[in-house]
Structures are given as C-alpha cells and as structure tokens.
Design a binder for this molecule. Structure first.
Ligand code: SRM
Ligand code: SF4
Length: 516
C-alpha cells in the first residue's frame, strides 16, 4: 500500500475497492463467478476487478463481454490469430474484434461462461490478456516493422517482450504491480519515424547515440478528459540492456508515490509536477540504484512518420512486408482466419498491428507477391486505399463504450468515403475520431481530430464534435489543439471538406461539381 493512500482517510472509491481486495484475486475466483453467473457477482468484481484479467463487462451490451489482449510490439503468430478468430466465431454476429490504438486486439461478444475455456485456449498458444485494463500497465508498443526495416536503429521486439514479461510475470499476473494509482503506458521506438507515438506515453524510449546505441528517456505523456500532455525528457540516456530495470524502477516509483486522492490527477505527470523533474529524476536514480547518464543531445527521430500501408522491400533480400488497411481496425472472425492464413501461406506465419489500427504481413517472398495481390481479402483490406481511408483512426465509440458521447467507427468510415468521393487529395490526411474527451482515438496527434461531445441544435441535444488540428507525428511530434467547438455531427462533413481544401490542398472532383 502506498504512502499517499495510507495517509489519507478520504480514499476515492477506486482506491477503496483496490484496498479491500486485490484486483488479481479474481484470477482464482473466475470458476466460482462462472458458476454463480455474472448477474450475481459483486459490483466491483464485475465492473472493475475483472479488468485485471483483461475481461470487460460492457454496460452497453450486458452479457456480451469484451476481452483486451496483450500483444507486445503488436506481433501475433498465425496460430495465435486462429485461436482469437475461433473465440469470436462462436458468437455469430455478436463476435467481432478491433485492432486498437495500442497495436493490440480486443475481442467482443464473449459469453461469460466461456471465459475459463478461452483462457485455456490462450495458454496453448502463449497468449495472455492479463492486467490489460484499469490501473495496470497497458499493451507495450514497439516498432511495427522491427527486424524488417533496413533503416531501423534497433529491433524492439525482444526488449518489448522482456518488459512485458517482467511487468506481468510472464503473462501470469504480477502481484507487485496490481495496485498502481492509474493506468500506465510504455512505448519503445527503434526506427527513425517514431512509429509508436512515443510522446503520448507515460514512459517512452527513443533511439539516441551516446556511448554507442541507446535510448533517450521521455516521461509523463498522457491524455485524459482533464488534461493532455506530451512526454518530457527525463534527461537520461540508457543502454538497451538497462531498459527493463529502469521500467521497473519507474513503475515502482509510480506505484509507491503516485497521487491517489483524485483519480483525475493520478497519472505519472501529476507526480512529476508535484515533485519537480529534478526530484523525480533523483528518486528514480535511487530506486534504480544507478546514476543516469545525461540524455544524448539529439535523438534519432528524424523522419516523417510512415503509415506502412502498401508493399515494401525488407532488409532481408527478396522479402517484403505488406501493410493492409483495416478501416478503423474492425475485424470479423472470417477476416481474422483469412489474415492468419495469408500470414501462413505467403509469409512466415506472422501478423503485426500498427497504432493506426492496421495490419502488416511480413516476410513475403518476391516470387509470391503477384499471387498475394490477387487474394480476395485485399479487396476489403487494400494495400492502396484512398488517401483518407488509409489514415482514418477511430476509438470504439457508442456501439460498445458507455463513456461515449457519439457513435464513431461507422461514422468515421462513412465520412471518409463520402469525402473521398467529393475531393481529390494529393496526400494522406490523418483524421482521428474519439467518442469522448478520454481521447482513446488520439485526436491530438491527428492532422484533424474529432472529439465527441453533445451539442444543442434546433432546441435538441444532438451528437457533435470538437475539432482539433495541428497534431504532428514522427519528427518534432507535437500535439494538436481544439480549433472549433460543438459542431453537430450532421454538419461536420462540409466543414471537413472546407478544411481539406483550405489546409491540405484538396480539390473538388469535377463529377462532384457537376452533380451539384
Ligand atoms: Fe482508452 C478508457 C478503449 C487507447 C485513454 N478506453 C477506455 C475504456 C476501457 C472505457 C470503458 O471501460 O469502456 C474503453 C473501452 C471501450 C471498448 O469497449 O473498447 C477504451 N482505449 C480504448 C481503445 C480500445 C480505443 C481503440 O479503439 O483503439 C484503446 C485500447 C488500447 C489498448 O490496447 O490497451 C484505447 N485510451 C487509449 C489511449 C491511446 C493510447 O494509449 O495511445 C488513450 C490516451 C492515452 C493515455 O492513456 O494517456 C486512452 N481510455 C483512456 C482514458 C483516459 C485516461 C485518463 O488518464 O484519464 C480512459 C478512462 C479511464 O481510464 O478512466 C480510457
Ligand atoms: Fe470510449 Fe471515450 Fe475511449 Fe472512445 S474515447 S473508447 S468513447 S472512453
């Protein structure tokens, strides 16, 4: 138990239920819960503690649960993908999956009584969903083309796996980290284009040379309904072999000293504010047991961010990776079987995900490319999509999320298609939709971000958005800001059209002009 929590009498309700019973305790109780049924469960077990197992009760679809996996570095084998597809296939139209903005997969439509069996299936292929929600460390992101990219500086795969293994006790659950003050995000980037949005993580490692190759450390990045901050430099440079122990030290500091009184002020940056960066840095040094080497004066992020959509040669001669555009990350069981099959037949039995909610199939030989390109799945998930579709990102929204103020995913796809019909674009424009100020769809990193809100129109309350602009990713990443508030969703399309024309060089299609 933390200093902050024990020294106060006024624990918020989340701290109270965590103090009453450890989140991970539900691991041993799941068979009992299944026996009594979810309707009879204690409210905190159902709504909150199950998230320590990656199981989410969905008030919008009661009885149809969501499971959030952990997919370190966003990499799955085809066998793992088959298992995930089999899980949701049982639920007919209710079964679906989403690729998330953390290179991860969420499964939907899950019947509660099937959960123990599903965990057994996960075990057979080395999958885990442990500690993926609530006050735990989220999926650890890494470079999506790690080990494939001729220009990469560091292959992040093993390191990301090691961090996950340390924090989750190899996927079994780690009692040391079951009671953090709040969620915690970690990213490791190994390429020159910052493919993981390092700047919006609580802890991020970006490539930098000092005494050889290593990483500059960034801390405190986060989005919340109350406040959004880009991560700041810790003025520390570490060698790759020091990353795991430093992650441990920083997460321990957060666990033991993070602020817990007010849940809206509990992310790592609030502790850094309270202590000041110098004190935070020196407390981390003490916990780590080493003195920091000051940061390298410059990091190696000096490329524009790539979206990885298309066919690209790998550093291995004769091999290619294919980046498939999965609109807003939504997958059916059949799509997943097909992706797994494509990975197996054409590649090396591997599928990867990006933080833009797309998929990559690596290791396709030159000789197989032409046949690969004739696969029917590529008609749905193209390698050369329209310039808005290829970059659209959306959070879950009202279909499944009870925080949502608007429907997002269907709207995002429909509007991208409609705008592509009206406009000729010369470059991709990254439009991110998010259903509420929690910002899971990261509107602040987008060229154009749309954040769900409720607005008044003609005396009625209707779904609307606040519009963000100016987000810059990759080199010199910077967060966008709100430029227009409270636009009813039904009025958004013409406003986006105008923004695309004025700010992104779009031209109106002649056919569109004629049909007007
Ligand atoms: Fe998120 C809560 C979905 C990435 C900030 N997020 C939620 C919940 C769990 C709320 C709930 O219980 O319904 C959403 C689940 C809805 C559902 O059924 O899918 C949810 N968040 C998502 C996902 C699935 C959006 C997506 O469509 O991709 C992403 C899952 C990532 C993963 O695999 O773990 C997701 N969430 C993010 C990100 C983006 C990121 O990490 O880069 C953020 C902003 C960055 C950050 O956290 O600093 C984000 N989610 C939040 C917050 C605000 C956190 C805060 O400090 O206040 C909440 C609310 C909360 O935690 O209280 C939240
Ligand atoms: Fe739900 Fe809001 Fe997150 Fe969208 S941004 S998934 S609506 S919590």
């Amino acid at each position: 138990m933390t200093e902050t929590a024990t020294t106060t009498e006024k624990l918020n309700k989340f701290e109270k239920f965590k103090a009453e019973k450890d989140g991970l305790a539900v691991k041993d109780e799941i068979s009992e819960f299944v026996k009594i049924g979810w309707e009879a469960m204690d409210e905190n077990d159902l709504n909150h503690r199950l998230k320590w197992l990656g199981v989410f009760f969905r008030p919008v679809t009661p009885g149809k649960f969501m499971m959030r996996m952990r997919i370190p570095n966003g990499i799955l084998t085809s066998s793992q993908m088959y298992v995930l597809a089999e899980v949701i296939q049982c639920y007919g139209d209710d079964g679906s999956a989403d690729i998330t903005t953390r290179q991860n997969i969420q499964l939907r439509g899950i019947n509660f009584s099937d959960i123990p069996d599903i965990f057994n299936k996960f075990n057979t292929v080395g999958l885990t969903a442990i500690q993926s929600g609530m006050d735990n460390i989220r999926n650890i992101t890494g470079d999506p083309v790690a080990g494939l990219d001729a220009n990469e500086l560091y292959d992040t795969r093993e390191l990301v796996q090691q961090i996950q293994d340390m924090l989750t006790n190899k996927g079994e659950g780690n009692p040391e980290f079951t009671n953090l003050p709040r969620k915690f995000n970690i990213a490791v980037t190994g390429g020159k284009d910052n493919s993981v949005h390092a700047e919006i993580n609580d802890l991020a490692f970006v490539p930098a040379f000092k005494e050889g190759f290593g990483f500059n450390v960034l801390v405190g990045g986060f989005f919340s309904g109350k406040r959004c901050e880009a991560a700041i430099p810790l003025n520390a440079w570490v060698k790759p072999e020091e990353v795991v122990s430093l992650c441990k030290a920083i997460v321990e500091i957060f666990r033991d000293h993070g602020l817990r009184l007010n849940r809206q002020k509990a992310r790592l940056m609030w502790l850094i504010d309270e202590w000041g960066l110098e004190k935070f840095r020196s407390e981390v040094e003490k916990r780590w047991g080493k003195t920091f080497t000051p940061a390298a004066p410059k990091d190696e992020i000096d490329w524009e961010k790539r979206d990885h959509i298309g066919i690209y040669p790998q550093k291995q001669p004769g091999l290619n990776y294919a980046g498939l555009n999965i609109p807003v990350g939504r997958l059916s069981a059949d799509d997943m079987f097909q992706l797994a099959r494509l990975g197996e037949v054409y590649g090396s039995g591997e599928i990867r995900f990006t933080v833009e909610q797309n998929a990559i199939i690596p290791n396709i030989p030159d000789s197989a490319l032409n046949t690969f390109l004739t696969e029917p799945l590529l008609n749905k998930f193209g390698v050369n999509p329209g310039l808005l579709m290829r970059a659209v990102v959306s959070c879950t929204g009202a279909q499944f999320c009870n925080f949502a103020l608007i429907e997002t995913k269907n709207r995002a796809v429909a509007m991208s298609k409609a705008l592509e019909r009206e406009l000729i674009l010369s470059k991709p424009v990254r439009i991110h939709w998010t259903g509420c100020p929690n910002s899971c769809g990261q509107p602040q990193v987008a060229d154009i971000g749309l954040m769900g809100t409720k607005v008044r129109k003609n005396g009625q309350t209707v779904e609307g958005v606040d519009i963000y602009m100016g987000g810059k990713v990759g080199k010199d990443a910077k967060l966008g800001t709100c430029v227009q508030k409270s636009v009813p969703c039904e009025d958004v399309q013409p406003i986006l059209k105008e923004i695309l024309i004025q700010n992104f060089g779009a031209k109106v299609r002649e056919e569109a002009l004629i049909s007007h």
